[in-house]
Design a protein around this ligand. Sequence first.
Ligand code: P6P
Length: 333
Amino acid sequence: MPYKRVTLTHFLLQEQRRLGRSGTFTALMQDIITACKMISHEVNRGALAGNLGVAGSENVQGEEQKKLDVLANDIFLHMNALGGTYAAMASEELEDVHLVTGGAEGKYLLLFDPLDGSSNIDVNISVGSIFSILRLPEGASPNSKDVFLQPGVEQVAAGYACYGSSTMIVLTTGNGVNGFTLDRDIGMFILTHPNMSIPAEANEFAINASRARFWEPPVQRYIDECQAGKDGPRGRNFNMRWVASMVAEVHRILCRGGVFLYPTDSEMKKRGGKLRLMYEANPMAFIVEQAGGAASTGRQRIMEVQPTDLHQRIGVVLGSKDEVERIVRYHAE
Ligand code: P6P
């Protein structure tokens, strides 16, 4: 019965009542939801709207920006400034903090990667938006990067939108993980994946195998054992996936288990890693842990890392608990 469906907005209101939360929290998500709908529309129009290709600029990471990177960033900044619930925002695409003018009453901070995996845009592979919400500490001024430098355990909520064969939002507010699919006919996200849970055991690993020559020994050992299959120490066969879109990898793991590794390695050690802590690793770690998985740098729980810079990079090993714990054990040996 279509009319028994629960929309994301209704779900948030139910959560708000169940948890005795203030209305601000529900308002927080409304602007993000609208931004994700708009980005979904632009991503899905692709070449028809002239949205493919490069913007002719670089972001703070020194990466070439796609037109949709810039558009998605503008949409997130504009739509999330309207509600007055955020005091400031931080984006993968911006060097500095973006103060919300008139956001004086805003009690929250929004961090986001507006379009993750954008190298896949021009070849029509799934991409996504990742977001993380922190509280503005009491009496703190929102116009300094320092106010954002809170460990992942301080996150109020985190989620992602996956612009794939369907558009989904997956969200945690610290009480489990729920997935919602965009019904374009009514323009609403509908609860389709309640209480998402990652199987502890995995048979799929995701890693960029072209970097094997740089891997540290514990990573090399783990991958070798997976590749040895049922005749090797793991006694079973594994499969490999690599989409080069973290949102797509994490979504697959939430749906059917697995482990994702983008570890720091000998070549990128000085940079700290590939993925960004504040708006990629931390929100995804929150989601994965809330779904019963684990998320580590290989040596430390990601959400306990004390950030030192807004755009700092970090090694990431996340997914099925048993696999992550094994990899952490190999690092400790
Ligand atoms: P590589 C996308 O640029 C991203 O940040 C993640 O979404 C993805 O997992 C990774 O980088 C892909 O990296 O080295 O395979 O291009």
